[in-house]
Ligand binder design. Sequence first.
Ligand SMILES: NC(=O)c1ccc[n+]([C@@H]2O[C@H](COP(=O)([O-])OP(=O)(O)OC[C@H]3O[C@@H](n4cnc5c(N)ncnc54)[C@H](O)[C@@H]3O)[C@@H](O)[C@H]2O)c1
Length: 308
Amino acid sequence: MQALVTGGAGFIGSNIVDSLVDGGHHVRVLDDLSTGYAENVNAEAELLVGEVVDADLVARAVEGAEVVFHQAAHRAVLRSVEQPLATDHANVHGTLTVLKAAADAGVRRVVYASSSSVYGGADRLPTPESAPTWPRSPYAVTKLTGEHYCRVFAELYGVETVAMRYFNVYGPRQRPDSAYAAVIPLFIEALRQGVPARVHGDGKQSRDFTFIDDVVAANLAAASAPAERCSGNAYNIAGGCAYSLLDMLAILGDILDVEWQTDHGDPRPGDVRHTRADISAARNDLGHDPEVDFADGLARTVAWFTHR
Ligand SMILES: NC(=O)c1ccc[n+]([C@@H]2O[C@H](COP(=O)([O-])OP(=O)(O)OC[C@H]3O[C@@H](n4cnc5c(N)ncnc54)[C@H](O)[C@@H]3O)[C@@H](O)[C@H]2O)c1
């Protein structure tokens, strides 16, 4: 198959590209290298440098593609609060540009990177996709708007779409500045240096962490699942278990074989206390089940941060 991965120089996109190339597929990447790195892009893939809002460039990028994995986005929540127009332009107009080009070019399916932030801290845990959405940042609004465009394109424009609500993705190539997953490299560094790990609040806040290989597998499953089951839908993509920051420290302490201490600061304003996804819809409709447990994923992440 021929595939386009937008954002294929970034953390998640570049891992999807590697897996597609390994599977013998022809891969094109469209990335403006704003937060991604050209050296992340597999040498077998074709790299087009530019923005997803550039309609002419996107039209070239989708040419001949059967599936588009649309990962490119401004994904910093804080930046979206400071620069909502820029985030909206890249994420909403960019997604619309990709969908329109895909429909015009006869692309079979677009798999869209959405986010658990669309829930804005759901009351119901584990959270099913039917839970109310309540975005609490411009970033989250753009991700939800992209989902609506995906559904509308599936209904009106003849292109199949599947939206993936990722929950806290972590693993090799993750950027150290992404919220929450970022604590992993920070904790690893603190434990290796023997200094107390800085924890906001009591450390009992928990997240459903998702290992990158499972996110890649979910994308591949979403590319091939039967359209009548999944097209136009949004799915939680998560590990399906929640771990607190203190749980994470304990596991990292075991992996690195060190004693650890914490230094507690104020809770972060607006921080959601717990997230945990109901992942049964992805299991039923996409045939996707996460395989990497948290301790294993953390061990692989420690190894990557140690040896890069
Ligand atoms: N990492 C997570 O935990 C997480 C959670 C939920 C959703 N997501 C979503 O997953 C996707 C990938 O995120 P990531 O963590 O790999 O981030 P990342 O920043 O590593 O990757 C994003 C990539 O998109 C590129 N890009 C950004 N704006 C672009 C534009 N306008 N045109 C072309 N390329 C552009 C960047 O250069 C980068 O390579 C994003 O859509 C993000 O919103 C990520």
